[in-house]
Structure formats: structure tokens, C-alpha cells
Write a protein that binds this ligand. Sequence first.
Ligand SMILES: Nc1ncnc2c1ncn2[C@@H]1O[C@H](COP(=O)(O)OP(=O)(O)OP(=O)(O)O)[C@@H](O)[C@H]1O
Ligand SMILES: [Mg+2]
Length: 250
Amino acid sequence: MNESANAVSVRGLKMSFGDHQIYDGLDLEVRRGETLTVAGASGTGKSVLLKLIIGLYKPDAGAIFVDGEDVVPLDEQALRSMRRKVGMLFQGSALFDSMNVGDNVAYGLYEHYEWPPEKIAARVAECLEWVGLPGAQAMAPADLSGGMKKRVGLARALAPGPSTILYDEPTTGLDPFNTRRINELIVGLNDRLHVTSIVITHDLEAAFAVSDRIALLDERRIVLVSDIESARRAPPPRLAAFMRGEESPK
Ligand SMILES: Nc1ncnc2c1ncn2[C@@H]1O[C@H](COP(=O)(O)OP(=O)(O)OP(=O)(O)O)[C@@H](O)[C@H]1O
Ligand SMILES: [Mg+2]
């Protein structure tokens, strides 16, 4: 199969932390331009999967193709240039508390481009405007609400112009207004910029609202992938059980 047909392609992934095995042959194909939700119980390895895709961890076995290139063997320098193409909104936002909002958003621009300060400032302003926080550059992360932090985290992920965006629980802990706003941003980015998105969420209503397909992570593998319409109409038994909060049927 041509690996570059998909934005992200995970094959035969195995990984353990000590004697705790997280994945045992996980496969996942993410099509270019789609929004794919990955659902799964707490501790099944959803966040680790996203961190593997951007090369923050190395698996014990398997390949992870991003735009056709296996990121597993890449060194730190090659990973840095790959990360220009893949933005990540971390669970908990992960803003740098010692920097103001503007410098947080500019972080990836300094990392990836040699732009003059005016161009960086213009891009930061554009991204903050886009997430509904125009003029927030001088604010300190400590003064932001949870919803604002997520939006700044999203502006930071967007700034370098990635073709794939990874969202780790973008709406967890947010009120309904901010949840809707973030979901609209995810959909809007997809429509306007044609990015590929991988969304980790426990909120299946949100998954139905923003995604093209949904995958379920369980028992160290992706056990099913379904298009959203079928998942909504007639969820496969394992997904239905997950949605009802039950143990998965064997
Ligand atoms: N750096 C690490 N060292 C050791 N164990 C880790 C490390 N990172 C994650 N784990 C373990 O790997 C498992 C998967 O973690 P992960 O954060 O991916 O779960 P998750 O599916 O994102 O859960 P949640 O829904 O609660 O965010 C957990 O058991 C976690 O304790
Ligand atoms: Mg997580």
C-alpha cells in the first residue's frame, strides 16, 4: 500500500512502560483531510498514541507514517522539522507559564521559521483572532480560564500552518459554551484549511458533531473504526457498550 495516501498511518505498534503493555499490534489509518475521533477508556493509551505520532516517545515496535515518512527512526532534528506539519493541542493545554500568551503562540514560529518580528507578530495576531481571543498577547496563562487556555493552545498549534492537527481532549472540563466554540473551531479548520484532524475525546456527542469517522481503542489495539453516520445510527456492539459505560463484550 502507498503510505502517502494517508496523512497518518500506524502499523503494528507495540509499546510497554516497564511491564505494563499499552499496545500490542495497534494499526490505524487516518485519511488525508478527514477528522477521526479516537475514543477509549481512561488509561488505554490515547494520549500516548498522539505523543508517539509527534515523536515524543519511541515505540518498542511498529511504524508510524506521517505524510508517508516513518517518524519512528527519526532523530531529534528530523523530528523538529516533521513537527512543523503536525500541530498538537495537549490535554491540559501545556502552555508555558513563564511566557505571555503572544510568546506562547509564537513559540512554534521561532522554532520553525526565520521570520522577522513583524511577520511573527502578524501571524500571532491572526491566530489569536481566529480562536476568538484578539489582542490577548500580553495576558499571562495564569490569568486565563480553562476555555481560554485551550483556545491559546489551539492558536499555538495552528500558528506554524500544520497540515495535521492532534487534539487531546479539547473540550474536557469546559462549559457548554466553550465546548461548542472549540468544536466549531475544529470543524471550521477542517473546512477552511483542509487539515487532517485526530481528536481524542470522551464526549461522543462532540465526536458525532465534528468527525468523519470514529475509532475505538481497547485491549491494546484499535478494535473498530466506523464512519460517523453508521456509528450514530447503529453503533457496532463494542462502541455501543463503550457509550453505555459497560465493559466491552468479548
Ligand atoms: N511516561 C510514562 N511513563 C510510564 N507510564 C506512562 C507514561 N505515560 C503514560 N503512561 C501510562 O500509559 C497508560 C496510557 O496513558 P495515556 O495517558 O495514553 O492514557 P489515556 O488513554 O490518554 O487516558 P485519559 O483518558 O485518562 O487521558 C497509562 O496507564 C499511563 O499511566
Ligand atoms: Mg489522555
